[in-house]
Design a protein around this ligand. Structure first.
Ligand code: DGI
Ligand code: FE
Ligand code: FE
Length: 197
């Protein structure tokens, strides 16, 4: 297996992202590493996924949509209305194509970092949570509590983050991706929602 040079990827991210997003990325890298130490995941994979999770965040909406079209990446209605949501899908594509990441768990951690999904792997949860709690974040409610919880009970931290995100989106009238709700229901109830059929 080819070894991945984190230093090289850090340099590439400094170029691809604006200064604020690059600082956030470094915050997610080391917070994900700390969570991996705490919960027994691969530290290297946590750093790699943390570094790359927002690699498509500073592209224009047009560029994200055109990359999806060109590479047959599906775009749902909510993503078409909110192309910023696509930075996760496009980011996981670029991780493979531009940054030569082959580990499927790392790719999935990038792919699912915004909405989550039912039944996430340990690494996926670590990146999702690190994205929310990294030291540069200061706007969300309950951050002190969620930061503590992340190191004590990762699933409980997932629930609190999803709950607060849904509430925030409801309050500001944001379009809610059904996956965000599905993920919340999965972690709240411990089982996948069915549509009654
Ligand atoms: O890319 P970041 O800002 O670091 O973090 P992120 O990828 O988690 O994206 C955060 C934003 O995504 C935050 O403002 C909440 C929003 N988000 C999460 N789920 C949904 C959503 N936005 C919409 N419109 N719909 C969702 O279901
Ligand atoms: Fe993101
Ligand atoms: Fe992020």
């Amino acid at each position: 297996m080819r070894t991945i040079d984190l230093k090289k990827i850090r340099k590439a991210m400094e170029k691809a992202l604006d200064a604020r997003r690059y600082e956030h990325t470094l915050g997610v890298e080391y917070t994900a590493a700390a969570l991996a130490m705490c919960h027994g995941a691969s530290i290297k994979n946590a750093q790699l996924a943390g570094l790359l999770h927002d690699c498509a965040k500073c592209l224009s909406d047009e560029k994200r949509l055109s990359l999806c079209e060109k590479h047959n990446i599906s775009v749902n209605d909510i993503e078409r209305r909110n192309p910023s949501l696509l930075h996760a899908k496009v980011g996981s594509f670029l991780a493979m194509e531009e940054y030569n990441v082959t580990d499927p768990d790392v790719i999935h951690a990038i792919l699912n970092h915004t909405t989550g999904r039912p039944g996430m792997s340990l690494l996926e949860k670590i990146v999702f949570v690190a994205d929310y709690i990294e030291p540069g974040r200061n706007k969300a409610v309950n951050l002190d509590e969620i930061r503590k919880l992340a190191f004590a009970n990762l699933d409980m931290a997932m629930i609190r983050i999803l709950e607060d995100t849904l509430q925030y989106l409801e309050e500001c009238g944001g379009d809610i991706d059904p996956m965000t709700r599905k993920t919340y229901e999965f972690y709240r109830t411990g089982k996948e929602e069915t549509d009654g059929r």
